[in-house]
Design a binder for this molecule. Structure first.
Ligand code: KIV
Length: 276
């Protein structure tokens, strides 16, 4: 029998057993299959798809339809990781009914098992989703959907006041029913304190080694960024996929121009039998 789908209960057990949780984003069939083959516990259809797939500059450009579309593709590809879909900007800040409609779209049309919401002021939306039976990942620290309010991507939790606020926010999200919290760009010691204070797992990105798990964007892990962007200090690129792919594509173009491709072995000639 194959491996079973990761559950929220297992993620909580992993925290208790100090077994780190590995989460990565995926947006399409090949990236999702690779994530599963790599043994990811969770795949996130992140609204980072705005930047890494769609060429936008901010995650706020992503629509609910976009996330549903990409979630459906990822859900078709994976059997074992838990599938978490980001709730796009503006889809969980209205009435509970509206939030529930959007959560239902991600679960029913997309195939998500859980959703993720950014911020500390979303406890009502968390409760609404949990009420209809959908687990919610919180997201504190840097919140790309409200980057303009924060004025940029700055490390969070540096002052005593900010650290205290983050701890309170995390506890409020837990109390509202969140099943895990992503901590983005939070100072390592505050991330550790929050992790120790919570019963639910924390998943860090740029928040040090003491979270219960780590998440990175697929394209960052494999170095699939064809344009030279400012390197993110918290990212470890395990490959240089863009370089490998560019070299392959250049070789193809060169071979077409030189006539080296296709060679006779790439063409279909009728067999002796077919000729008769
Ligand atoms: O959208 C995303 O990829 C995310 C991760 C950075 C956690 O939210």
């Amino acid at each position: 029998m194959g491996e079973r789908r990761k559950t929220i209960k297992q993620l909580a057990q992993m925290k208790r057993a100090a077994q780190p949780i590995a989460m990565m984003t995926a947006y399409d069939y090949p990236s999702a299959v690779l994530a599963e083959q790599a043994g990811a516990d969770i795949v996130l259809i992140g609204d980072s798809l705005a930047q890494v797939v769609q060429g936008h500059t901010a995650t706020s450009s992503v629509t609910l339809d976009d996330v549903v579309y990409h979630t459906r593709i990822v859900a078709r590809a994976v059997r074992t990781p838990l599938i978490v879909a980001d709730m796009p900007f503006g889809t969980y800040h209205g009435s509970d009914d509206r939030t529930i409609d959007h959560v239902v779209a991600l679960v029913q049309d997309g195939g998500a098992h859980a959703v993720k919401m950014e911020g500390a002021d979303v406890c009502g939306a968390v409760r609404a989703a949990v009420r209809v039976g959908v687990p919610v990942f919180g997201h504190l620290g840097v919140q790309p959907q409200s980057v303009h309010r924060h004025g940029g991507y700055f490390v969070q939790g540096k002052t005593v006041h900010d650290a205290e606020q983050l701890r309170e926010d995390a506890l409020r999200l837990q109390e509202a029913g969140a099943c895990a919290i992503v901590l983005e760009l939070v100072t390592a010691h505050v991330a550790q304190e929050i992790t120790e204070a919570l019963d639910i797992p924390t998943i860090g990105i740029g928040s040090g080694a003491c979270c219960d798990g780590q998440v990175l964007v697929f394209h960052d892990i494999v170095g699939y960024d064809p344009l030279p962007h400012r390197p993110k200090s918290f990212v470890k690129a395990y490959a240089a996929a863009a370089d490998v792919m560019r070299d392959a594509l250049k070789q193809f173009v060169q071979d077409v121009r030189s006539g080296a491709f296709p060679s006779p072995s790439h063409a279909h000639a009728p067999s002796e039998e077919e000729k008769r």
